[in-house]
Design a protein. Structure first.
Length: 312
């Protein structure tokens, strides 16, 4: 089968198309015929070798943490899935990923794919959808009536976070640039602050219960946002190269989020998509042979929204 792999860490040019053996599922695993994977920001750091500490892996490595596809072969003992089932999943860090025609995955890591959107588009859901869900409901314990500030709401995680927070009955304040404001409003934000034109702490007139930071701001900018969080509130930060600040005296907790795979949560997100409660936004669909150029554009800050990567 064909797969994109890197044999050494480096720039986008290390990503190359290889012919590799069709993988065979071990006990408890299935082989998935890949409909698509997606590009996540962390993929560039993995390829560049910046994640070798937390995510050790053998080279060559197939990137692609998200998968959407169809079960193609079953390993011994798998009785929860059948050949032909459409599935989605968040693949373990370090294992070969889904920028390939086929990938083997633990059966219990997969969830049924949504049925109301194209299967490949569902690859836009696992990593970023789970990040949004876990931030809001595992870490921040967001409840109806609370106020939340989503900083970086125009991105892939932010799009789901705004929709899920609104559906939970929260008052959602979001940041976006002039280009992405309309999308964030459509996703349900009650207030949108233009982060390119307004001073963020000053633009928040009433404290928020939850601050979800998704934006690549400086540690000083993140620390300045502690002031807008109410006593007893929580800051959840996904840009974990800087620690989440806190304010013990006021009971404001800071949480560094590390997303994890959870097939039950993922199935719940897919059901929300099928009920029309969660929209999956796709910016581009590209063949996997274009992956190096997607990585290069990401490094230049020239990607706008979620990119789906197809095996063809
Ligand atoms: N720790 C974890 O487990 C985990 C999991 C998933 C993601 N992440 C990280 O979380 C972050 C968000 O992920 P993502 O996939 O949503 O990334 P993304 O699509 O690149 O979104 C980030 C957004 O931040 C906005 N932004 C840039 N500068 C800003 C500023 N100064 N103020 C406010 N917003 C600003 C950008 O919007 P505009 O430039 O268009 O305004 C962009 O849409 C990334 O850093 C990602 O690596 C971490």
């Amino acid at each position: 089968m064909k797969a994109i792999r890197f044999h050494e860490y480096g720039g986008p040019g290390v990503l190359r198309l290889d012919e590799v053996d069709l993988p065979t599922p071990d006990a408890g695993q299935v082989r998935v015929r890949v409909a698509a994977t997606s590009f996540n920001g962390v993929d560039g750091n993995i390829r560049a070798g910046r994640m070798q500490g937390p995510m050790p892996m053998d080279l060559p490595h197939v990137p692609g943490l998200d998968v959407a596809g169809v079960v193609d072969a079953l390993g011994e003992g798998v009785d929860t899935l059948r050949a032909g089932d459409a599935v989605i999943g968040f693949l373990p860090f370090g294992d070969d990923g889904a920028t390939a025609e086929y990938v083997v995955v633990a059966a219990d890591g997969l969830a049924p794919a949504p049925t109301t959107i194209p299967l490949g588009d569902a690859a836009a859901l696992p990593v970023v959808g789970l990040t949004a869900w876990q931030a809001l409901f595992e870490h921040a314990d967001l409840r109806a009536g609370q106020r939340i500030l989503v900083n970086g709401a125009s991105g892939a995680v932010g799009g789901y976070a705004v929709q899920l927070a609104k559906a939970a009955g929260a008052h959602v304040i979001a940041t976006a640039g002039p280009r992405t404001r309309g999308r964030v409003e459509k996703q349900g934000a009650d207030v949108v602050i233009d982060h390119t034109a307004e001073d963020l702490p000053a633009a928040i007139h009433e404290p928020v219960d939850v601050l979800l930071n998704l934006a690549p701001i400086t540690p000083e900018q993140l620390t300045a946002l502690v002031a807008v969080v109410a006593d007893g509130g929580v800051i959840v930060n996904t840009t974990v190269w800087m620690p989440a600040p806190s304010d013990e005296a006021r009971g404001v907790r800071g949480i560094d989020l590390f997303v994890r795979s959870d097939a039950t949560q993922l199935a719940g997100l897919a059901e929300r998509v099928d009920r029309g409660e969660l929209t999956v936004d796709i910016a581009e669909r590209v063949p996997m042979t274009d992956l190096a150029s997607v990585h290069a554009r990401a490094e230049r800050g020239a990607l706008d929204g979620k990119v789906i990567v197809l095996p063809a």
